[in-house]
Ligand binder design. Sequence first.
Ligand code: C2E
Ligand code: CA
Ligand code: CA
Ligand code: CA
Length: 280
Amino acid sequence: AKEQGRNRFNYFTPSMQEYARYRMRLIQDLRLAVEKQQFSLNFQPIVHMASGEVHKAEALLRWHHSERGFVSPAEFIPVAEDTGLILEIGTWVFENAARQSRDWQRKYGKPIQLSVNKSPVQFRDEGENFERWVGLLKELDLTAGGICIEITEGLLLDASSGVSEKLLAYRDAGIQVSLDDFGTGYSSLAYLKKFDIDYLKIDQSFTRNLEHDSSDHTLCEAIIVMAHKLGMQVIAEGVETAGQRDLLLAMGCDYGQGYLYSKPLSAADFEGQYLAGTDV
Ligand code: C2E
Ligand code: CA
Ligand code: CA
Ligand code: CA
């Protein structure tokens, strides 16, 4: 398959030029988007499986461009990373999630934890932004655990960038840590005991065929047992069917996230569906 990919790559030089043009425009538009703040956050509930309660949500970035319409984060995050724009965007995401968490907490009298995604590039280059965020959390008087960051496995293998110290600093600031897309990156498990991680998110590639593939079933089960023994809680991603939910629940999975429960929602819709009516 790799061989085929390379041949295709060689044949289509004109489309590579097209791609380069497309990318240039995307970068220009992304710069403008940062200036004009064309972003919003959607919130997808992370459901406590045993009780069905929602005290957590993942904040997912959305870009609405006047002509392009909705641009998927899968498309623009890599470009934002290459150009460094991710740093400004990341700050916007963090600040908005922190404010939203505080506002909901005030309004409904219960803490709601919002998770923000952080790519390794952000983690490495965020520099003094971190102090700014910690200042903001204090200013907002946000409860510990109001914000969680989602990082990926690759980051933990990058010993050079002081990851360990940074994760401790996050913890000191009351920020929790999730390991995202677990099982898709490097297979070294040594880092799981080396770093203090609160949640392990089972990637949706394992949940997808859970009902029909016995090795995926075994893997999910093993991941959950291991995580619990290491003091972590487990969030299953991409839960789409009641069958998947029931199997995961029987395995002792703590949280579920996926279309079965809800798609990512606008702030107003999330509030209406999961928070309103629960205020004291
Ligand atoms: P992710 O962190 O793994 O986020 C989960 C993705 O799975 C989201 O896609 C979500 O909409 C989708 N999803 C949720 N439930 C289901 C389900 O039941 N089935 C299926 N098939 N998909 C489901 P989305 O919002 O398009 O985001 C894609 C990726 O973009 C994210 O993957 C994350 O890596 C990145 N991303 C999103 N927001 C941010 C951000 O603020 N910063 C950074 N650095 N990356 C972000
Ligand atoms: Ca994530
Ligand atoms: Ca994920
Ligand atoms: Ca722990």
